[in-house]
Design a protein around this ligand. Structure first.
Ligand code: FES
Ligand code: FE2
Length: 363
């Protein structure tokens, strides 16, 4: 196999796609975990992860790949914080279930911590010099909150505000704080394909007329557009006449147009689909070089519009996408496959994703 790096030419007119081994070789999958996933922000859940009556709850960052045990706490001041959920004594998992207690005690040898991660004591350590000290406190983990959604990372390369910045700038006009979870619209899918293939498929509308006959009737293909952001991208689908749509207010770049959906991608694993009824959030969880789980979560501010327009039949659209992405995974295993080219009009989002991936792998 080639050296673990690839180059995607910045000029899309001349660029070729990454080598197929990126999607099939375990060593690439390992490199992606080390250099990309552990250095990025990921969705970890919504406010239900730590209901108001609890002060601490465990969660896992990217189960199946990073598998990092995290602890979410709500301090006396109501502030949320995230920590490593690994005890600083001998490494036991500190918190195994949501807890309403105002402190934490390790189930293994009884070490105690405050909700702000400070170690306050450990049985039979009373005579130990310089104990507890800062190295005995829980390791703090970056946590970002956006409209009730929680994001964390082991050591993200950019601050949360920068990563989420384009969303904050672009979508302040939406009633995001009115969005409520719709449990019956939440589900998890498993795809037999590499996580990046799933993202790439998400990042272009070129396949819509071929793969999604239903969706193709709700959106206007000719005006479908992509905007590149520093840490992701935005695709905008205008609505066909008569289909349910956003009517963005004056001051928004699409004011005066009818928008069926905004598709936000935040590198590397977060997708926020904004529809007239609310948000469909997709969190991508790489499970193996050719296995990926996608969590679908819905939050509505106008549930009456749920089954209209571009989101009329999200389950069918998802199955259509999965079928094609799994077919690409088979294609990537072909010994005869060579890198392809990009459509300069329709695949700028895919090209940008590959550029971000390359930058993250080589940083
Ligand atoms: S591992 Fe936690 S107190 Fe020993
Ligand atoms: Fe699709």
């Amino acid at each position: 196999m080639e050296d673990l790096r690839f180059e995607v030419e910045p000029n899309i007119q001349r660029a070729s796609t990454p080598p197929a081994s990126l999607y099939t070789d375990e060593r690439w999958f390992e490199a992606v975990q080390q250099r990309v996933l552990s250095r990025a922000w990921h969705w970890i859940g919504d406010a239900e992860l730590l209901p108001p009556s609890f002060h601490a709850a465990p969660t896992t960052l990217l189960p199946g790949s990073l598998q990092e045990p995290l602890l979410l706490t709500r301090g006396e001041d109501g502030r949320l914080a995230a920590f490593s959920n690994v005890c600083t004594h001998r490494g036991a998992i500190l918190c195994e279930a949501p807890s309403s207690s105002r402190g934490l005690r390790c189930p293994y040898h009884g070490r105690k911590f405050r909700l702000d991660g400070t170690c306050v004591g450990s049985p039979e350590f009373e005579t130990l010099a310089d104990f507890p000290s800062s190295r005995d406190h829980l390791r703090s983990v970056p946590l970002g909150v956006w409209t009730g959604q929680l994001f964390a990372g082991i050591s993200p390369r950019e601050p949360f505000g920068a990563w989420m910045g384009s969303v904050l700038e672009r979508f302040a006009w939406l009633p995001l704080d009115r969005a409520r979870p719709i449990a019956e619209r939440s589900r998890d899918f498993e795809v037999r394909a590499n996580w990046a293939l799933y993202c790439e498929n998400y990042l272009e509308g070129l396949h819509v007329p071929f793969v999604h006959p239903g969706l193709a009737q709700a959106i206007e293909y000719a005006s479908y557009s992509t905007e590149l952001w520093p840490f992701g991208s935005l695709q905008i689908a205008r609505a066909q006449p008569g289909e349910d749509a956003f009517e963005p207010p004056p001051g928004v770049p699409e004011a005066g147009q009818r928008i069926a959906g905004y598709y936000v991608f935040l590198f590397p694993t977060t997708m926020l689909n904004l529809y007239p009824w609310g948000i469909s959030l997709n969190a991508v969880q790489p499970l193996g070089v050719d296995r990926t789980r996608i969590l679908f979560r819905s939050y509505a501010w106008d549930a009456a519009r749920l089954d209209a327009g571009a989101s009329r039949d999200l389950d069918s659209v998802e199955l259509e996408d999965e079928r094609v992405v799994e077919s690409v995974q088979v294609g990537m295993r072909s010994r005869l496959r060579a890198p392809g080219r990009y459509s300069p009009t329709r695949e700028t989002g895919v090209h940008h994703f590959h550029r971000l991936l390359q930058a993250s792998l080589t940083a």
